[in-house]
Design a protein around this ligand. Sequence first.
Ligand code: GAR
Length: 201
Amino acid sequence: MKRLGILLSGRGSNFEAIARHIDKNKLKAKIAVVASNVESAPGLQRARQRGFDAFFLSSKGLSREAFDRQVIHVLQEKQADLVCLAGFMRLLSPAFIQAFRHRILNVHPSLLPAFPGLDAQRQALEYGVKVSGCTVHFVDEGLDSGPIILQAAVPVLDEDTEESLSARILEQEHQIYSKAIQCVLDGRVRVEGRRALQISR
Ligand code: GAR
């Protein structure tokens, strides 16, 4: 069984969706470890309640590289095959990306390359787009810029608030993240330059 290392900084609903898909045998994987850079992250509590190994890793006073070395150490010790960023609000150092090249996924609440970075749903509302959504992509050295594995679109309604749009997008995040993880674990995704291509079997 392939092993997932999950990194989160907050609520942890994407982590929980992954755990639910695994429980229902819709995602064939095992959560090897959950780690967070935020001690009070609700996602860390939820992980502990579910009985997973869950660690707070402090970044206080550490350079990005030094913090990332700690994270890499934990992921390697727990033999993670794939790293899933689930609301992990830190940029990764090049050394981290190299240690897990094409083995780090992220979910982002917009149709990338539109609205990278923070507050993607607010950016979408403020821009006035009529369609937004979410993206699962490989993580590279840039900000939300790696090859795209899956996307899902949702409408933006005139009456939407940041909360209502975020909730509509989040529902889709919870679906496509596990799908993308399964595709990658099954070796059904091949990266060619910017493109992540699905290998049909
Ligand atoms: C999710 O909406 C995720 O897409 C976003 O943070 C939220 C985390 O929610 N991530 C980013 O914006 C990364 N750039 P969760 O903690 O409930 O999974």
